[in-house]
Design a protein around this ligand. Structure first.
Ligand code: NAP
Length: 326
């Protein structure tokens, strides 16, 4: 029988890659989308799947619309990717961030409990929940203490705990993927990787003279979104629901990212194209994130396939091409 999946946040980066994966596996994919004056399907267009999805309108803050989407789609699997996902903005929109990322998830869990308790749920948790906590070896795993440092981080931690609680209290098959940063050529332009690769594309085409950034010393564990959506799917194919860290286990500073990105644009002296703007410094910063995904490897058989260099090369080449034809 054809499996049915409901994906919230389907127009985002991960929603597009996950839809492509599930369509390839023969799923009927339903996309839960907020109404927008100018609906943006560019990520789904990029992967050539916009017309292969059935859309249901709704908003994570509106329980009635979630109930409706679940009744219409009758999903075997639900992937909750919808979020106000930009950490930097969450200090300016903390209440909205929690309405979507925390209470929105509670809406979804309540809806599942009442309407479709046998559906399986994937919840998009994040390494931002850890804050600056690290194990002795400098990594974060599923048991590392979570002390988030941003409204985005604490909104996601609420949801993470709610998912575990509904699993334990009501027997719902609900998993949280604690994903570390993952990127692609369709990553939002506000995120630092894409800001840099898009900036390189603009510099090469003469549209821009420099890129403005915040703290260049922070270190992140960056992987490829196309690899990470496979881990989401694998979690829901297990016999028992559980939470998993998904990461590469390596990390790089923004300076290192800049040097790799400019290398693929054949520019050596990248420093002269960078301006540090205090406006982009965060009220509280995470110094370093490096995930230990050995549990995902052991239980799910998952490990990342794309190297950091290949990821950045892919993004730079795509952005150089986009700007050369505009
Ligand atoms: P993204 O590109 O920002 O996509 C977010 C999606 O959520 C968009 O489709 C957006 O639709 C939708 N959305 C926002 N508010 C909504 C609402 N109130 N109701 C319904 N839909 C809403 O994010 P992503 O990078 O694909 O990430 C997917 C998920 O993984 C997010 O939950 C994110 O927080 C989490 N995560 C991401 C990373 C990462 O590195 N990418 C790491 C860890 C966790 P509109 O554009 O129409 O608003």
């Amino acid at each position: 029988m054809t499996k049915r999946a409901l994906i919230t946040g389907i127009t985002g980066q991960d929603g597009a890659y996950l839809s492509k994966l599930l369509i390839g596996k023969g799923y009927s994919v339903f996309g839960f989308i907020s109404r927008r004056v100018n609906q943006n399907f560019s990520n789904l267009d990029y992967l050539g799947i916009t017309n292969k999805i059935e859309y249901v309108f709704g908003d994570m803050t509106d329980l009635a619309s979630i109930n409706h989407a679940i009744r219409v789609s009758r999903p075997n699997e639900i992937y909750n990717l919808a979020a106000m996902s930009f950490v930097g903005l969450s200090w300016q929109e903390p209440i909205y961030t929690s309405q979507v990322n925390s209470l929105g998830v509670l809406n979804l869990l309540e809806s599942m409990k009442d309407i479709t308790p046998t559906s399986k749920l994937y919840q998009a948790s994040t390494s931002e929940m850890f804050g600056n906590s690290v194990e002795k070896n400098g990594t974060q795993n599923e048991n590392t203490q979570m002390i988030p440092r941003s409204p985005y981080g604490f909104s996601k931690l609420f949801a993470h705990n709610a998912v575990r609680n509904y699993r334990e209290s009501f027997g719902i098959f609900a998993c949280s993927g604690i994903l570390f940063n993952h990127e692609s050529p369709i990553r939002g332009l506000e995120f630092v990787t894409r800001k840099i690769t898009d900036g390189v594309g603009q510099i090469i085409s003469g549209k821009k003279k420099f890129i403005e950034l915040g703290n260049l010393e922070v270190r992140r564990d960056w992987g490829f979104a196309g690899d990470y959506v496979e881990a989401m799917w694998l979690m829901l194919q297990e016999k028992k629901p559980d939470d998993y860290v998904v990461a590469t286990g390596k990390n790089w500073s923004i300076k290192e990212l800049l040097s790799v990105a400019f290398k693929y644009a054949e520019i050596k002296d990248w420093e002269k194209y960078i301006k540090v703007n205090p406006l982009f410094l965060r009220p509280a910063e995470l110094v370093t994130l490096k995930g230990d995904s050995s549990k995902a490897k052991r239980v799910l058989g998952w490990s990342p396939k794309t190297s950091f260099d290949d990821l950045i090369k892919l993004m730079v080449n795509e952005d150089i091409m986009r700007h050369s034809i505009k």
